[in-house]
Design a protein around this ligand. Structure first.
Ligand code: NDP
Length: 292
C-alpha cells in the first residue's frame, strides 16, 4: 500500500535509512553525529548517525543490537575501545597491534574492528610533513598516543621517543613498538619541564592536557622548541591550545586536533558507505558545533 506523509510525499518507494552509531559513556556532547549527518546530507545519502549512551555492562547486548538491527557500523569511544574487541569477528592489522578499536564496519554478517585514530592523525600530519625518516617525540602513552605511535611506527620514522608521566604505560608502549613493529622507539620518563631534544622534527601532544582549558600548560620548555619543528596537538576542544599558540610564536608550523577528528571521520565514512565525503563540510560542521 502506498502511504502518504502529511504533505503528501510518497513513502513506500523510500528504502529504509541506513544507520551507524557512536557508543560510549559519557557520550553527550560528542560532536561526531553533527559532523557525520552533515556529511551524509552533503553526499546525498539518507543515512542516520545515532549517539548512544551505553554502560560497560550493556556493551555485549548493544553490539548484539547492532547485528540484530543491521546497523552498518559505528564508532566506539571511552570506555569501550578495548572491551568491544571480544564482541567482533575480526580486526585490522593496526587495531590488532594497538589492542583497541574505535570504528566498526559490517561486512555481510561480520563485524570488523578498525582503529582510525592514528590513521586520521597521520593523514593530517602528511599535509605538512612526511613522517618517514623523521625524529619524532610523542607526549603521552594513553589510547590516542598508542594509536598514533603504531601508525607512525609503520611509516618508518628515524626515531620515535615516547614521553610519559607514568612509566609503566610509557615503557609498555615503547616495548610494543620495538617488539611488534621493529621501530626505533624508546621511552623517556616525564619529570618537570620536558626539554625537546635537538633535531626533533615532529612533536605531538597526545596527552589530555588542554582538553576544555585553553590555558592548560603542557610541561615543556617552549624555548627548547626549534622553529623548524612541526608541532601537533590531539586536543580538538578548544582546537587552539596553549601549546600550539606557544609553538606558533616560536615560528613552528602547527596542526590542531580538529584535523585528526575530521580525517578519522572521513575514513569511517568511506569504510561504511564506500564513498569519499567532503572533509570541508565536516570541518565546518565541527567548528559550528564547537563554536570555534
Ligand atoms: P588516556 O586517558 O588514555 O591518556 C591520557 C594521557 O595523558 C596519558 O598518557 C596520561 O599520562 C597523560 N596525562 C594526562 N594528564 C597529564 C598531566 N597532567 N601531565 C602529564 N601527562 C598527563 O586518554 P586518550 O589517549 O584516549 O585521549 C587523550 C586526548 O586525546 C583526549 O583529550 C582526547 O580528547 C584526545 N583525542 C583526540 C582525538 C582527535 O581526533 N583529535 C581522538 C582521540 C582522542 P599517564 O599515563 O601518566 O596518566
Amino acid at each position: 500500500m502506498r502511504r502518504e506523509t502529511p504533505d503528501n510525499q510518497p513513502m513506500t518507494d523510500t528504502p529504509l535509512q541506513e544507520i551507524v552509531c557512536c557508543m560510549g559513556q559519557p557520550v553527550a556532547g560528542n560532536p561526531t553525529q553533527f559532523m557525520m549527518e552533515r556529511a551524509f546530507a552533503a553526499a546525498g545519502l539518507d543515512w542516520r548517525y545515532l549517539t548512544l549512551e551505553v554502560p560497560p555492562d550493556k556493551l555485549a547486548d548493544a553490539v548484539r543490537g547492532i547485528r540484530a538491527m543491521g546497523f552498518r557500523g559505528g564508532n566506539f569511544t571511552i570506555p569501550h575501545k578495548v572491551a568491544v574487541i571480544e564482541h567482533l569477528d575480526s580486526l585490522s592489522e593496526a587495531a590488532s597491534i594497538m589492542g583497541a578499536v574505535n570504528c566498526v564496519c559490517r561486512d555481510g554478517d561480520r563485524l570488523v574492528g578498525e582503529n582510525t585514530d592514528g590513521k586520521g592523525f597521520l593523514q593530517s600530519l602528511r599535509t605538512l610533513i612526511d613522517p618517514a625518516d623523521q625524529r619524532i617525540v610523542i607526549l603521552g602513552a594513553g589510547g590516542a598516543a598508542r594509536a598514533i605511535a603504531v601508525e607512525l611506527a609503520m611509516a618508518r620514522p628515524a626515531d620515535l621517543t615516547i614521553v610519559n608521566r607514568g612509566a609503566a604505560r610509557g615503557e609498555e608502549l615503547a616495548r610494543l613498538l620495538v617488539d611488534r613493529l621493529q621501530a626505533p622507539a624508546r621511552f623517556v620518563s616525564w619529570q618537570g619541564d620536558f626539554e625537546v631534544p635537538e633535531g626533533t622534527q615532529i612533536l605531538i601532544n597526545a596527552t589530555s592536557i588542554g582538553l576544555g582549558d585553553a590555558q592548560a600548560r603542557v610541561p615543556l620548555n617552549v624555548k627548547s622548541l626549534a622553529p623548524d619543528t612541526v608541532v601537533a596537538d590531539v586536543i580538538f576542544n578548544p582546537p587552539q591550545t596553549r601549546l600550539l599558540k606557544d609553538a606558533e610564536q616560536r615560528g613552528c608550523r602547527t596542526l590542531d586536533g580538529l584535523g585528526m577528528l575530521v580525517n578519522q571521520g572521513v575514513i569511517g565514512f568511506r569504510l561504511w558507505t564506500g564513498i569519499d565525503p567532503d572533509p570541508q563540510v565536516m570541518r565546518d560542521a565541527l567548528e559550528e558545533y564547537l563554536e570555534v
